[in-house]
Design a protein around this ligand. Structure first.
Ligand SMILES: *Cc1c(COP(=O)(O)O)cnc(C)c1O
Length: 370
């Protein structure tokens, strides 16, 4: 069989590129894509089916193109004086970000990020023919503000994206740093707060900077804290002008009426969702502590996952965990692995498996020294 690029006029930059995605393996303990381990309760599931039943009655009609009801609910959830015109929603924050790139990126423009970070950013840039610049981070995975300001000065980026808390490191970025980036950036600044609800007490949200910064946007998602990854709902808060720019590039009727209805139900049950977020936050802190006591390095995490290492051969550790039914993610800088926070039972299985694997590694190493 011939490769697609030999028979189809594929864009050269897409040649040999593999589709994005972590392995979706059917193993007992899946801790690899930062999903919420708690499914919607029966009560929420029933409310969702009632709402979708109602929506089904008018599926002959196109959905509300501007998703006004959902955006109003999202604005109320976010607070900070935001209203409907400041909020935008799409199929996952992935789609929101792609719309941002369509509106503010493109040929001749650049997008500046701080790696190691979310691997989709470079994909949005590639798809929209936007030049991708990775400024990097300090050894402790914080953003180096001097390096950031120098790179902004040099590249004059149309878009700066800061993930906070960052994936895969869990690192939150201080508001002063974001403010300085906003002041220096000639284009727009996006703070990706996909994990905002999981941040530790005292870690602020960039939502508080929106009022003073008209070229700033904060993206969020319902995939993580709201346990709604399967529904595909992401959103953004920004100035009304920013939102208007996204309305120009979105596909008409991009967000189905079923999706809009499901998201509104989940928002109505936010208290139930947030009590599970609290459980996950304490399980995260417990996991961090345990990994450190086991002699591993773990950067402070404000998200629902932790990065841990450093392993001489991380792939071997990943494989040996998988052999014990535990799937984590091989991502980030070499030597590190990322584990999403699951239920207390799942984390117990993870800890037992890791103890086993580490003992095996040590045994192998001492054997090798003989
Ligand atoms: C998970 C994640 C998202 C969310 O993506 P959705 O498309 O909303 O599911 C966005 N940004 C980062 C950094 C993430 O890790």
């Amino acid at each position: 069989m011939r490769a697609a690029d030999q028979v189809l006029p594929l864009r050269p930059e897409l040649k040999d590129v593999q589709p994005y995605g972590a392995p979706q393996l059917d193993v007992p303990v899946r801790l690899n894509v930062n999903e919420n381990p708690y499914p919607p309760s029966r009560q929420v599931a029933r409310a969702i089916s009632e709402a979708t039943f109602t929506a089904a009655g008018s599926l002959n009609r196109y959905p509300d193109r501007d998703a006004l009801g959902l955006r109003t609910d999202l604005a109320a959830y976010l607070g900070h004086g935001l209203s409907t015109e400041h909020v935008w929603a799409a199929n996952g924050s992935n789609e929101v970000m792609q719309q941002v790139l369509h509106a503010f990126g493109g040929p001749g423009r650049s997008m500046l990020t701080f790696g190691p970070t979310y691997s989709m950013y470079s994909e949005y840039a590639r798809t929209t023919v936007t030049h991708y610049v990775d400024v990097g981070r300090k050894a402790d995975f914080t953003v180096d503000i001097d390096a950031a300001l120098a790179a902004i000065d040099q590249h004059q980026p149309g878009i700066v994206v800061v993930a906070s808390p960052n994936n895969p490191t869990g690192t939150a970025v201080g508001l002063q740093t974001i403010q300085m980036i906003c002041d220096a950036a000639p284009g727009i600044v996006v703070v990706d707060e996909a994990y905002a609800e999981f941040r530790r007490a005292g870690t602020p949200s960039a939502l508080s900077l929106l009022a003073d910064c008209h070229h700033l946007a904060v993206t969020r998602t319902m995939s993580k804290a709201f346990a709604l990854a399967g529904a595909r709902v992401g959103y953004l808060a920004a100035s009304a002008e920013f939102v208007d720019a996204l309305r120009v590039v979105r596909l008409p009727y991009h967000l189905s009426s079923v999706t809009q209805a499901v998201a509104r139900v989940a928002l109505a049950y936010r208290d139930e969702m947030m009590s599970r977020v609290d459980k996950l936050r304490s399980e995260r802190d417990k996991t961090t502590e345990w990994l450190r006591e086991s002699g591993l390095h773990v950067p402070d995490s404000d998200a629902n996952f932790v990065l841990f290492g450093v392993f001489a051969d991380r792939h071997l550790v990943w494989q040996h965990l998988l052999d014990r039914g535990v799937l984590v993610r091989e991502t980030g800088p070499d030597g590190w692995l990322r584990v999403s926070i699951g239920t207390p039972q799942e984390m117990m299985v993870f800890r037992d498996a890791l103890v086993d694997v580490l003992q095996e590694e040590t045994a192998d190493a001492s054997y090798g020294e003989d």
